[in-house]
Design a protein around this ligand. Structure first.
Ligand SMILES: [Zn+2]
Ligand SMILES: [Zn+2]
Length: 273
């Protein structure tokens, strides 16, 4: 191949790349728009998904991080419509827009959008971290082997002092240096023994007059009882509600058989159906 032929080929590939990037940006803006609509009209209920995240990952088959980024930006764009216009114009990508969602609001949108467009990603991340230090270390729990996880989180100085104090006391008590992991284990056991309704109910389970609420907790183990189409039970143990299978206004009672534990997402889903 002669030099000029090769150069023509390179230029042609470059032109095609530009065209594809153009389309890619348009598709990003379209995906953002349709997710906003899916959110507004709760399209996810159609597929028994409790929220947009579940729909985006399980039905649309988007990867977790893409779903997470697009939904965060789509929701922020409801509050700050300028965000959507700037993405539609092609000047800002969704992944970069995601970086400013923790700090962006309608009163500061002008400066943040300008920074997002102009600054390189790393610099932008630094500015966000400065404006919003709590966001600087994202909380993360990640498997590093079959049964070990890596926990990452940012903590305040006062929390670090409390942790150190507990670690010192525990070391003193055990007459050896204990790790932060062992310290956390002791602290959490103490907390859960006091505060976990499942553990409390377990301790009381042999009492004759155990309340129905406690019986529901014991039976469902404080976990949502919704069964997904693939047969898996919902794993949520947070934002838990007690739902009447037969609604009270249709004569449903407060009996154990008529009460089930649901997470708030599946609870809303039940009532929407
Ligand atoms: Zn209900
Ligand atoms: Zn659930």
């Amino acid at each position: 191949m002669t030099d000029s032929l090769e150069k023509n080929m390179q230029l042609e590939i470059h032109q095609r790349a530009l065209g594809i990037v153009e389309r890619y940006k348009r598709v990003e803006a379209e995906l953002l728009d349709i997710l906003q609509q899916a959110d507004e009209y709760r399209v996810y209920y159609l597929f028994e998904c409790k929220n947009l995240h579940e729909y985006a990952m399980n039905i649309l088959k988007l990867s977790e991080s893409v779903a997470f980024n697009f939904i965060a930006v789509a929701r922020k764009a409801k509050e700050v419509p300028e965000l959507k216009s700037i993405i539609e114009s092609g000047a800002l990508s969704v992944s970069k827009a995601r970086k400013i969602t923790p700090v962006l609001n309608s009163s500061n949108q002008k400066e943040w959008l300008q920074m997002a467009v102009q600054l390189p990603q790393r610099k932008l991340e630094q500015c966000v971290a400065k404006a919003c230090p709590k966001q600087a270390v994202p909380e993360r729990m990640k498997f590093v082997s079959e049964d070990r996880l890596n926990l990452q989180l940012g903590i305040s100085e006062s929390l670090s002092r409390k942790l150190k104090r507990a670690q010192d006391l525990e070391s003193q008590k055990k007459r050896k240096s204990v790790s932060l992991e062992e310290t956390l284990d002791v602290l959490l056991d103490l907390y859960l023994k006091e505060q976990d309704p499942v553990q409390k109910s377990e301790r009381l389970k042999n009492r004759k007059n155990l309340s129905v609420a406690r019986q529901v907790i014991l039976r469902d183990k404080g976990q949502c009882t919704f069964i997904h189409k693939n047969g898996d039970r919902c794993k949520d143990q947070r934002w838990i509600d007690t739902h009447h299978v037969i609604p009270k206004n249709l004569g449903g009672s407060n009996s154990l058989e008529n009460l089930v534990t649901l997470c708030s997402g599946h609870h809303k889903l039940m009532h929407a159906h």
